[in-house]
Design a protein around this ligand. Structure first.
Ligand code: NAP
Length: 283
């Protein structure tokens, strides 16, 4: 039986501690942190993520403003809104919910958010700082994954880690954070050959692909630590599921994260931490 890392439980603990800290801010700083989330359009997935972020803000005592804009907003209108928020001294964090409609450049949007208010850690200067081991806002999902591994007492130094996925928001940064913890990291992707052979050799396997139950038991080594980042709909049941076939893999793993209730809640909790960090850095 694997140890199950409950992201839900760890999140509740971290958010409670953060809420205690935020309570002291009005006396210390004269106000609480303020996170502005911009939602373009009405994609159901994005609406649900934005609602989750608003709930977490409420639990922690962070002021939250959600700005909803029509899917027809022009790129310039969105950039101009971001510039106004950059200049607003009462705003500490700005998050534009991705993905954006195709006529808007995500790269331009990310670049326009001031680095100091980039609570997602996606700004090119934050990314550069991460790769140069300089202080920076860490991207939320990778930061949450490392916290979960530490909470479970998993030692990373010298371990063979395989990350499946090389996206800017998960695969690449989590690989870098694992490397910073002295793991020996291999990044796999859609062109990787003999993937199962590679993943079977992993002591730590992080899966961020976006394909329901892609990782099967024969792809996992006995006693591996398995972190499932995927958020998918099971085509058979319609329920949420990860990239890992949990029922089949769990008996082989030593440590595993569930979906839902694993990496997802930790991502939102790290967003709360990042908002508090950006707020404090401004005083
Ligand atoms: P993405 O940008 O679509 O990247 C997917 C990666 O998986 C790519 O690098 C791709 O390789 C690789 N891949 C696709 N098919 C593969 C295959 N058959 N074999 C090996 N590699 C394959 O996705 P993402 O944004 O990183 O997200 C990944 C998953 O995590 C999604 O389910 C997403 O919803 C979820 N997610 C969850 C959270 C959370 O908080 N829980 C946060 C972010 C994302 P190529 O580069 O070669 O195309």
């Amino acid at each position: 039986m694997a140890t199950i890392i409950s992201g839900k439980e760890l999140s509740a603990k971290l958010k409670a501690a953060l809420a205690e800290e935020v309570k002291t801010f009005p006396a210390r700083y004269g106000r609480v942190p303020h996170l502005v989330v911009i939602l373009v359009g009405e994609d159901p997935g994005s609406v649900s993520y934005v609602t989750g972020k608003a709930k977490a803000c409420e639990a922690v005592g962070i002021r939250n403003t959600t700005l909803r804009r029509s899917v027809d907003i022009t790129e310039e209108e969105l950039l101009s809104l971001i510039r106004d928020l950059n200049a607003d001294p009462e705003v500490d964090g700005i998050l534009v919910q991705l993905p954006l409609p195709r006529h808007i450049s995500e790269a331009k949007v990310i670049e326009t958010i001031s680095r100091e208010k980039d609570v997602d850690g996606f700004h090119p200067l934050n990314v550069a700082a991460l790769w140069q081991k300089q202080p920076c806002v860490l991207p939320c999902t990778p930061k949450g994954i490392i916290k979960m591994l530490k909470e479970a007492g998993v030692s990373l130094a010298g371990k063979r880690a395989v990350v499946i996925g090389r996206s800017n928001i998960v695969g690449l940064p989590v690989a870098k954070l694992l490397l910073d913890e002295n793991a020996t990291v291999t990044i796999a992707h859609s062109r990787t050959q003999n993937l199962a052979e590679l993943t079977r050799s992993a002591e730590i396997l992080v899966v961020a692909i976006g394909r329901p139950k892609f990782v099967t038991a024969d792809m996992v080594g006995e006693g591996a630590v398995v972190i499932d980042v995927g958020v998918n709909r099971d085509p058979e049941t319609g329920k949420l599921c990860g990239d890992v076939d949990y029922a089949a893999v769990e008996p082989k793993a030593s440590v595993i994260t569930p979906v839902p209730g694993g990496v997802g809640p930790m991502t939102i909790t790290c967003l709360m931490e990042n908002t508090v960090e950006c707020f404090k850095a401004r005083f």
